[in-house]
Design a protein around this ligand. Structure first.
Ligand SMILES: Cc1cc2nc3c(=O)[nH]c(=O)nc-3n(C[C@H](O)[C@H](O)[C@H](O)COP(=O)(O)OP(=O)(O)OC[C@H]3O[C@@H](n4cnc5c(N)ncnc54)[C@H](O)[C@@H]3O)c2cc1C
Ligand SMILES: Cc1cc2nc3c(=O)[nH]c(=O)nc-3n(C[C@H](O)[C@H](O)[C@H](O)COP(=O)(O)O)c2cc1C
Ligand code: SF4
Length: 645
């Protein structure tokens, strides 16, 4: 066992439940259940892999206790509102146990955030006050409140019967329990609203009913909304009172789970994008720990590496660490720590692609881990016949293909024309808040070395060279180059591409027009504005940064706004002169913008000319050289190509 991470790896108890270490997988909707809400082989593999990866406790994602009023969006969800689901849940709990971890199940009801699909069913909430987000929910009557509490109790009994060791009750995340606790959501005037005592009545009765079903000793983890950091919301003092009372009721652990849906900037800290510093809730965790007697405090959020996780515990700021996205990115996080090879961890980049999937009702996939949710499909198995594989291009696609092909036993050489690996990652990591992409590059450099991939840097591959090598298979991963549109004046000496600017090879003047408001254009604008340039983004569509998830975009737009970057949408560049860009509005207007430098960020064009000639072996093109997209596709296709050899 690694002594550097002793605290993280030390056993701990949550109530009567004994855990082998202090790492908890926090609940995250995966979209991997069956469409009917029952447990699929895919979700069993997904959680099984994370349990096998060494965590002490897996908290399985929010299971809906009442499908009519749960979050029944088209994203497949786990249902626990009927005995029919017990068998599937049993298989899931069993797999987690077999892999050596304890299993808990999160129970939840989304209240006003439900999206009922059946006609005539309306979302429900503590109250239906005007101005609440989202609108359209109706207030629950008392019989319905008691019915929901009973629903929780029956769901808890089913979870226990299925073999789960503990429950987690989502009292944060703007779910129904949170809505009752919060004066922002709860404007009832009966015994369930108003004073803190009244706002707590729903959760207290709920927990009591659950305990009647499962027994007082059955561990319950409460996901605590903590404080709402908004006028009129739950205060920190109230949050502490809630925690103390629930501890007296028998809650065994609190997961720090603050959430403010009503403000996009605060909401971003729910699933912190890379612009939010690591461990944003640690201070709050410490404050809660100080007011609790025996209940454990679990803290998570953007703790994507073990040194920080261990330090939080050593400094006594929390009792356990919750990892969410870091375990999507690398299920074996804990084992790698325990085996003293933390450098092998494939770190979560906090890019929030997974959250984007969830928000767009898609099963969750991961930028850096193509096997997430496809554990069986992407299992790395030895190749039947070792082959000579030539990989051209050392970007993320080529590096993943090389790593996996080598692990499967092939003879692999990766050629890169530059003097360093990484391809476009070297540009992507330059703008502010993108620095952690460097960890992905370091991960690959390390893995290529450890697996024995032969890497030839500074070698531009040609057709003749390939013919001389006589490979069995060629994987083309040559990437893409900037697309330069045919704007009159684009050849002028003060016009550069995003690549020129991010490599730092060109002089950029004081007034800059960035042509193109996609992700690259927005990041570039922030990068230049941070150097005190006066920047304008010119975008022909109606909005900028639209590929980003809602949280990353909210923060990105806020920063551009604070830098006073001008954003001209529905506008095309009609020409570039010595000191101006000519603007053409969609509404037919024409304008001129004085500039010193123009930067083109209008997308990319695939760079695959090398493979147009006849090749001596089968060619598999992957990543941007097939079609310019993102790291996710490059890495995923690299994995595919290497898996099929
Ligand atoms: C500024 C910027 C920011 C980005 N940010 C993100 C982001 O945040 N998240 C995300 O998911 N995606 C991002 N992307 C996209 C992402 O970087 C690419 O989709 C990804 O790098 C593509 O990987 P690849 O392996 O296909 O190609 P590349 O990364 O482009 O690598 C291709 C490699 O092939 C080499 N090569 C080319 N020809 C030859 C030859 N003949 N011989 C030898 N070597 C050769 C090149 O030198 C290069 O190193 C960003 C892109 C840019 C431009
Ligand atoms: C795709 C996705 C789905 C999530 N679903 C849930 C959920 O069902 N219940 C919950 O309490 N939190 C949910 N969360 C929040 C996580 O539990 C966690 O608080 C968050 O991801 C931040 O932690 P991390 O930085 O370790 O990922 C979800 C997060 C993600 C990324
Ligand atoms: S998609 Fe991005 S944020 Fe989500 S787990 Fe993967 S690397 Fe982390």
């Amino acid at each position: 066992m690694s002594s550097q991470f002793k605290k993280l790896l030390e056993p701990v108890t949550i109530g009567t439940m004994k855990l082998k270490n202090r790492v908890v997988m926090c609940p995250m909707c995966s979209g991997h259940a069956n469409a009917g809400g029952d447990i699929s082989e895919r979700i069993i593999d997904y959680y099984g892999e994370r349990a096998k990866g060494g965590v002490g406790l897996v908290i399985v994602e929010g299971a809906t206790i009442d499908r009519h009023f749960g979050n029944s969006r088209r994203l497949p969800r786990i249902f626990i509102d009927s005995d029919l689901y017990i068998a599937g849940l049993h298989r899931l709990a069993e797999r987690i146990h077999l892999a050596g971890a304890k299993a808990a199940l999160q129970l939840q009801h989304h209240g006003r955030w439900s999206y009922p699909q059946e006609p005539g069913v309306q979302a429900v909430a503590p109250s239906a006050g005007p101005g609440q987000i989202p609108e359209g929910a109706r207030a629950l009557n008392k019989e319905e409140i008691w019915g929901i509490q009973d629903g929780y109790a029956r769901a808890a009994a089913r979870a226990k019967q299925a073999g789960f060791d503990a429950l987690s009750i989502n009292g944060g995340g703007a779910a129904l329990v949170h809505q009752f606790l919060s004066p922002l959501y709860n404007q009832r005037t009966d015994g369930y609203g108003g004073s803190l005592d009244n706002r707590m009545r729903f959760v207290i009765e709920l927990i009591q009913r659950v305990q009647q079903q499962v027994g007082a000793g059955y561990p319950i983890i409460f996901d605590h909304p903590v404080a709402e950091l908004k006028e009129g919301g739950i205060t920190l003092e109230e949050g502490k009172i809630i925690a103390r009372r629930l501890e007296r009721l028998g809650i065994a652990a609190f997961r720090i789970h603050p959430h403010n849906f009503t403000d996009p900037i605060h909401f971003a800290s729910h699933i912190p994008p890379a612009a939010i510093p690591h461990g944003p809730q640690v201070q709050l965790a410490q404050e809660f720990k100080e007011v609790l007697d025996r209940a454990r405090v679990i803290v998570g959020r953007r703790i994507n590496e073990p040194v920080l996780a261990n330090r939080i515990l050593e400094e006594g700021k929390a009792d356990l660490i919750a990892l969410g996205r870091p375990l999507i990115a690398d299920p074996a996080f804990v084992n790698k720590v325990a085996e003293g090879r933390a450098e092998d961890i494939r770190r979560c980049l906090a890019c929030n692609h997974c959250w984007w999937c969830y928000s767009n009702l898609l099963p969750v996939t991961c930028t850096v881990n193509p096997a997430s949710g496809k554990e069986r499909l992407f299992k790395i198995v030895p190749a039947p016949v070792p082959k000579k594989v030539l990989i051209i291009g050392g970007g993320p696609g080529g590096m993943e293909a090389a790593r996996v092909a080598r692990l499967r036993g092939h003879d692999v050489t990766l050629y890169e024309k530059e003097e360093r690996l990484g391809g476009t990652l070297n540009l992507a990591s330059v703008p502010p808040h993108k620095e952690e992409i460097v960890h992905l590059l370091q991960y690959y450099e390390n893995q290529l070395k450890k697996t024995g991939v032969k890497v030839a840097l500074g070698k531009k591959v040609t057709g003749d060279f390939i013919a001389g090598e006589k490979p069995d298979l060629i994987i083309g991963a040559t990437g893409a180059r900037p697309l330069v549109p045919g704007i009159p004046g684009v050849e002028r000496s003060h016009v550069f591409t995003y690549e020129d600017v991010l490599t730092g090879n060109v002089p950029v003047g004081e007034r800059v027009a960035v042509v193109g408001g996609g992700t690259v254009g927005c990041e570039l604008a922030e990068y230049l504005a941070g150097q005190d340039k006066k920047v304008a983004i010119i975008e022909q569509l109606a909005a900028v940064g639209t590929e980003l998830d809602n949280l990353t975009r909210a923060l990105q737009m806020d920063r551009l706004n604070r830098y006073r970057v001008r954003i001209l949408t529905n506008t095309r560049v009609g020409g570039i002169t010595a000191g101006e860009v000519l603007l053409k509005g969609k509404d037919g207007t024409s304008n001129r913008l004085p500039v010193d430098t123009v930067v083109i960020a209008c997308g990319l064009v695939a760079d695959n000319t090398l493979f147009k000639d006849e090749m001596p072996a089968r060619v598999c093109l992957i990543g941007d050289c097939l079609a310019p997209r993102t790291m996710l596709e490059a890495i995923q296709e690299g994995r595919w190509a290497a898996s099929l050899i």
